[in-house]
Design a protein around this ligand. Sequence first.
Ligand code: NAD
Ligand code: ZN
Ligand code: ZN
Length: 338
Amino acid sequence: MKAAVVRKFGDNLDVSEFERPVPGPNQLLVKLVTSGVCHTDLHAAQGDWPVRPEPPFIPGHEGVGVVEEIGENVDDFQIGDMVGNAWLWSACGKCEYCRKGWETVCDSVTNGGYTANGSFSEYMLVDARYAPRIPEGVDPVEAAPILCAGVTVYKAIKETEAKPGDWVVISGIGGLGHIAVQYAVAMGMRVVAVDVAEDKLELAKKHGAEAVVNAAVDEPGEKVKEITGGGAHGIVVTAVHPKAFGQAIAMCRKLGTIVFVGLPPGATDVEIFWVVLNRLTIRGSIVGTRQDMVEALDFFARGKIKPTVATRKLDEINDIFDEMKKGAIDGRLVIDYR
Ligand code: NAD
Ligand code: ZN
Ligand code: ZN
């Protein structure tokens, strides 16, 4: 099968022949139809993070495809079913975190396109116990970004604990952020979008942001406080620049919650004084559980979320990464295998 393979961190992906996997117990062999390209795939290929996978590996964790072979012990999928992969590829189901319903931080989690080969490939394996079922009748190009970007921002917005009618800031209007704007609107919140590029802010307005702030032009904390009358109740930072994380403190209303989602390597400045005096909460959020995925896909299937997408071919993966580095992508690029 043809696949885009990371052979060495920082090198171009090698689009070449790779051995087609055989499904083991609890696994499905899936023939890919589409796959979104997440900025996480670029971090993975560059080896950006403290925990790194072992090359060679195949990135991609927004894959949508058709079940072609079924391994042992699987009784709830049939050949021809539409299924996806996800960052939460599999978990142990037994550790303290799995028992508490926090399988996303499982002690022995397997991540799609990282520690399990992913969807930049004509075929992939998924764990039938964890793989998201794709709702009937949806467009596989638009469905792909829901499998990481969608579920991640849906969960992160819940983690802000903002209520309908509250203000939410979405910082970073890329693949994740432009979908976050839509979930926040669908969940009844008022959205301020923050980015450093005007075209991204235009996209946010198109998807329902009430106000926008260009952090390269204005001081974002002051501007958000002015718009929201004292700061946003919830803030979701998806930006790929560390500076955006520190800036979120000044945008936050007293008692508010800031959720860190973006994963640029490095550190940021957090002014301790305002976190303490304003009783702020800062928390991280990593993708979503299987239940979050069901809910996120349900919003999508009911037409509340419509990702901005364009399609490319697998051979173009290195060009896609170049565009991503430049911040030149509108919404999400999706590989179409058809
Ligand atoms: P993307 O490249 O599509 O978008 C990034 C956006 O950040 C762009 O719109 C860019 O203009 C904007 N940006 C850059 N600097 C900024 C700044 N200073 N202030 C505001 N905006 C700024 O990336 P993506 O696919 O949306 O992923 C975003 C990040 O989220 C990546 O680091 C990715 O690894 C991470 N991620 C995390 C999770 C999770 O579960 N926590 C899941 C998926 C992706
Ligand atoms: Zn992702
Ligand atoms: Zn576990």
